[in-house]
Design a protein around this ligand. Sequence first.
Ligand code: GLU
Length: 294
Amino acid sequence: MRTRFAPSPTGPLHLGHAFSALVAYDMAHAAEGEFLLRIEDIDTSRARPAWEAQIYEDLQWLGLDWPRPVLRQSENMAAYESALDRLWQAGLLYPCSCNRRDILEAMSAPQEGATLPMGPDGLIYPGTCRDTPRAPGTDRPRDSALRLDMRRAVAQRLFAYTETGAGPGGETGLITVTPDQLIQHVGDVVLSRRDMGTSYHLSVVMDDAAQGITHVTRGADLFEATAIHVVLQDLLDLPTPLYHHHRLIRDEAGKRLAKRDDARALATYRDQDLQPADIRSMLGLPSTAGSQGL
Ligand code: GLU
């Protein structure tokens, strides 16, 4: 059993991150498995070395440890590039030059007050660039975003995975994802952003497989994105791990904690002389990884 915590170094870790890291760590401990840390820093416009340094400090303070060296996604671009090449050669990607305004305009002027179709990756792409002709045998373009052609990718197949936690609607156990759900409610997601040369979805799937992760532990906000991840695992011949989505930590108003929420940053609690056991107790977790009540 091997699980991981995969933060992005774009701000201070807060109580929600602590919960995610501790749930994963405790699960690994209970199963006599392994807990890995991975730094998800593909968004170089937002990732900062100082935040990364603080991640290590905060997690150590919480009492966690993990094998070194830590995988940093910014150092693993070659792996994402070769996956993109493979999907491109298979004819499953297409270049897209639409910006957000183009997408909104193409979404046939919705009635006032009507909600726009949103998927796990934002607005569901209306397909504007999908049928732009591509010369066969050409190289993958580097200067535009690349989208997955979901219709071709799913080819009428059914996808499934096992959820050992729960999605936002209590979804658990064997989760099936139908072609219709993927085409209508997920759509042609971006796998390579123009400014990044990859995407969260592609990198996370590649790295979970490369690191031999058997249990993906993360917040329920990423439950819907798992549908994209199982499709990519299928296309790239990667194993599908078990998924364990946990509840989200919210503030008094019921709002999900955000990176800018300094009041709940672990560093703030540390400065106030709180102890890791206090953090565990605030989160409703047992006082140490090995204690009863897990
Ligand atoms: N890097 C992602 C985040 O900070 C988590 C990715 C994952 O656990 O799949 O939200």
